[in-house]
Ligand binder design. Sequence first.
Ligand code: ATP
Ligand code: MG
Length: 342
Amino acid sequence: MTLTLSPHATTSEPEAVVRRRLSGFKPTGRLHLGNYLGAIRPMLDATPEADVESVIMVADMHALTVEHDPQRLRSLTAETLATLLACGIDETSIYVQSDVPEHAELHYLLECATGYGEAARMVQFRQRAAGPDPVRLSLLTYPVLMAADILLHDASEVPVGDDQRQHLELARDVANRFNTRYGRTFTVPRAVHPPVGARIMDLADPTGKMGKSSSLTGSGLIYLLDKPDLVRRKVARAVTDGHGEVVYDRERRPAISNLVEILAACERDDPVATAARFSSYVHLKEALTEAVVDTLAPIQRRYAELINDGGYLDVVRRRGAERVRDRAGRTVARAKQAIGLH
Ligand code: ATP
Ligand code: MG
């Protein structure tokens, strides 16, 4: 698509006529139960607010900051898009990041307004850089790409978990600095608490969260597309605390409490009341398997329909990019003009 920008658009102020909320999912692995119960379902459950527009992005460019295989990234991107749609995300609010080149364009402009020390101070980067594996330069600058993702949309609100709080602060600092140095260009976003969802831990190691790229074997993750037999095996192998009692006590009984919390979340019940219904691990695990299988069944049915209709997914992608590029083009034009490129 070619972008035509009117002279008025290039000098206009940030839009911010609606409150816009941006959420991203990285295709670093397959979507799992933690993503669904912690982020996707609370988003679907939230009562739509008249003046809030939700934008959901498959953040494929962020998946390049770590070791990756190109073919796998391509198929994970398609799978993530289809899985989000299968969960019930509206086709008119979703797009794939790399389909909108303005993300990369604005990323560079923002890099030119970010200090090296500012980026190097980010706790996540420091932790990874201190580890044994080599880190990519893009891992240092990924919070700046995240700032570009947010500022591109004139997003006024960004739902962030604790792990992203520092990165959002960086986005605010960069936006404020750019506005002060070069004239008001960006809407300065503020963090909002996402609708509260469960925090699901790894079934094999309940001290770590269930995460796409944090598990080596994947045995502690339940993927949204896992078939019932596999769900049963993974739940059966889930570690327990070995005390025999079913209680909900995150501190002292992290393993069994995690299983209780997943069951409670699937059944939309309270974890303490859920724990009280069971006197043995075996019965808890049976009920958990059934609840997870029931939760995943409609998603998997819808996914099977979608994935066999490649034409439809292509259309969703193309339309998503077209919708976003209009606004993104205006933001980039404003930023280029302000910084002296136009
Ligand atoms: P990665 O390991 O690559 O960071 P991830 O599984 O953490 O992947 P993200 O794409 O980083 O997934 O996050 C997508 C959304 O899912 C975010 O809103 C994040 O807070 C939420 N989320 C991820 N893991 C969990 C979890 N275990 N419990 C609850 N919410 C989660
Ligand atoms: Mg994550």
